[in-house]
Design a protein around this ligand. Structure first.
Ligand code: WTA
Length: 655
């Protein structure tokens, strides 16, 4: 069982649970909502398979499934025997109606450049790139790594992979060369797609340079396709290995037959942090994933053909996969896609984009909302946000104060706020309001999506019921659930299905109030959520001990006003090494080089020793007490209580 490190320590839980404001759907919103009848919850509960099959019927299948679900815990298969292609459903399906000329993506680069792709445009580009991949020898089942900025070529490459049945592995552009190398090796990709660079806060992110650094020595990569974006590295192309995207595309035919994929064929893998140092490649398959993302996008975001939907996530994370690419395109939506940072050239960039394109549905992260709060109301006030009708959040718990700020200052008091809980592993949102039905409570993700059954268990595996708190679990399968960890079936079972037999363990703590609303409390394992990015304590610790000066390291997530959590590292240095500010700077840089800037600790504390149990397990819970300046929790299991007392003396009054 996991050490209960998170729940009781998460800063504002008491405030959260005293939150009693409620927000019924605004009447004007409710009247036009796609889903208004709460009876759908009961209907889905009675026959979840029929419920999901109903959404599947709305999609195009080359061959219909013979069985909706086969559940042999912990293995689920959905829509067995069905054949379909995800890119066909996201593109070709819309070409027979007026949607063919509708914008699929309205893209804006950080410098202010813009490109618009209609569904027909996107279809052509995807087909051409799919043919390009084939010309490089990519076949069904081959993995392709995509390491790109937020430019249209990223979704184009993903859809092209889906078209030919080559699973993609998108690596977020903020990851370092070393992280990229590890993911390339694990996936054994022979083709990599990147760009010379991307723009962020007025700077160039040197993606191609990172690629070159990651491909030194032995590498499975034979071909690198490079999008010319920043034009700063034209002389860096490697002969025989690198090929420009535009050169590859120039000669490709305009159409490409979609590969008929089995429902359970792999669509993609996406690496995420777990409780060990090695990121795991979460595997998603075709039929269930498409049905799950299609259904949730349609109902949660209340999409209509005239909407302009904007999810501000980076496609390098699962939110971008499910709710920028697959869910919205399967629905024929018009999406805004933005390359850069919200503070460039000024702090009103997001609101300028909302105004310019008339965004109606906005989906972002609590950390962004808290940042906007700190910047002040003057920035959204500068712009006309009256087109907005629905707001969403994802990635971490949202504090009621930020929720209400979002509701008032961005939504003008007329837009429901859907707080959506899910994970890379779940593939689709599982706990969320339905905006035309659910009475909202700021800080609560409210209720499971129809057809989803969640439970809250105590340590012993008893269901706690309303008023209680414990571990969030899923007892029944759902269509977009992960099918495994790439190349590591044992870890799949161990990680998710071993705390309680045949029950999916989310790693999140949760409380249920008397009305059955769910209040997510954060991770209960060794995963830190920094600005809605998942980082494993073990990953950062491995990066630190990789530095020759460090003997041992322990990391914790300390609560942080803007980021939710910030990383604090306690390190024991080797005997001959002297603690210094220069060493702190070196260690921070070392983590950036090993993993990426988002994993860089905010603070590094030197510790003569780390607090451990008698069996040698580091007690991170006590380190968190020290870092957050709190009275120490239960210390009875410590091998040597003096260790943590010394740390408290040294660092405890930081606050
Ligand atoms: C957290 C992101 C509270 C949670 C989609 C989960 C949330 C982890 C919420 C997954 C939310 C995500 N409220 N916590 N609305 N959404 N989380 O895999 O701890 O990057 O386990 O997927 O983020 O992060 P991941």
């Amino acid at each position: 069982m996991v050490e209960n490190t998170g729940v009781e320590n998460t800063g504002s839980i008491e405030a959260l649970l005293q939150e009693d404001r409620t927000f019924p759907p605004p009447e004007a919103f409710r009247r036009q909502a796609n889903i208004q009848d709460p009876a759908i919850y009961e209907e889905a509960r009675r026959d979840p398979e029929a419920f999901w099959a109903g959404f599947a019927e709305e999609l195009d299948w080359f061959q219909k499934w013979d069985q909706v679900l086969d559940w042999k815990p912990p293995y689920a298969q959905w829509f067995l025997g069905g054949k379909l292609n995800v890119s066909y459903n996201c593109l070709d399906r819309h070409l027979t109606s007026a949607r063919r000329n509708k914008a699929a993506f309205i893209w804006e680069g950080e410098p202010g450049d813009r490109r618009v792709y209609t569904y027909k445009d996107l279809h052509r580009e995807v087909c051409q790139f799919a043919n390009g991949l084939k010309s490089l020898g990519v076949k069904k089942g081959d993995r392709v790594t995509l390491y790109l900025p937020m430019i249209p070529e990223l979704p184009i490459a993903m859809l092209a992979c889906a078209r030919i049945g080559a699973p993609h592995s998108v690596v977020f552009g903020g990851f370092s060369a070393e992280s990229l190398r590890g993911r390339i090796e694990d996936s054994q990709s022979r083709v990599l797609v990147t760009a010379d660079g991307g723009y962020r806060r007025g700077n160039i992110i040197p993606l191609k340079q990172n690629v070159d650094d990651s491909l030194t020595g032995q590498s499975p990569v034979e071909k690198v396709v490079v999008v010319r974006r920043t034009e700063h590295a034209d002389d860096k192309m490697v002969d025989g290995r690198d090929i420009w995207w535009h050169d590859l595309m120039a000669t490709q035919p305009l159409t490409c037959e979609p590969e008929p994929m089995d429902s359970e064929d792999m669509l993609y893998m996406l690496y995420t942090s777990g409780t060990t140092g090695q990121p795991k490649g979460i595997v998603h398959t075709t039929g269930g994933y498409l049905v799950g993302t299609y259904a949730t996008t349609k109902w949660i975001f209340d999409l209509k053909d005239e909407d302009v939907y904007w999810c501000t996530a980076d496609i390098g994370w699962v939110t971008g996969h499910s709710y920028i690419v697959y869910g919205p395109l399967a629905n024929g939506a018009t999406s805004v896609m933005y390359e850069g940072s919200p503070d460039y050239p000024d702090l009103d960039r997001f609101w300028a984009i909302v105004e310019k394109y008339g965004v109606t549905v906005l989906y972002t992260a609590p950390t962004a909302i808290r940042t906007f709060m700190r910047w002040g109301e003057e920035y959204p006030k500068r712009r006309d946000l009256s087109t907005l009708r629905l707001l969403g959040t994802v990635g971490e718990p949202i504090n009621p104060e930020a929720w209400v700020w979002y509701w008032e200052n961005i939504g003008g008091g007329r837009c429901p706020v859907v707080d959506t809980w899910w994970q890379t592993e779940t593939g689709m949102v599982l706990i969320t309001p339905l905006p035309g039905i659910t009475t909202l409570k700021p800080g609560s993700a409210t209720q499971p999506f129809p057809g989803i059954e969640v439970d809250v268990l105590d340590e012993a595996g008893n269901s706690v019921g309303p008023g209680g708190g414990g571990y969030l679990v899923l007892k029944k399968p759902w269509p977009a659930m992960l099918r495994g960890i790439y190349g590591d079936p044992e870890r799949y079972v161990q990680q998710y299905w071993s705390q309680y037999p045949d029950i999916y363990f989310t790693g999140d703590g949760v409380k249920i109030d008397e009305e059955g609303y769910y209040w997510l409390l954060g991770r209960v394992d060794d995963v830190i959520n920094v600005s809605a990015h998942r980082i494993s304590t073990m990953e950062v610790e491995s990066a630190l001990v990789d530095n020759p000066n460090v003997a041992e390291a322990a990391c914790i997530g300390k609560s942080h006003d803007i980021k939710g959590q910030a990383i604090v590292a306690f390190v024991t240095i080797k005997n001959h090494v002297t603690a210094s500010d220069a060493l702190i700077a070196e260690l921070k840089q070392h983590v950036t080089t090993k993993i990426g800037a988002m994993a860089r600790p905010d603070d590094i504390y030197f510790a003569a020793e780390l607090p451990k149990t008698r069996s040698g397990k580091i007690m991170r819970r006590l380190l968190r007490d020290v870092a957050e300046g709190r009275a120490l929790g239960d210390t009875t299991t410590l091998a040597d209580p003096a260790v943590v007392e010394a740390l408290k003396e040294q660092y405890g009054d930081d606050e």
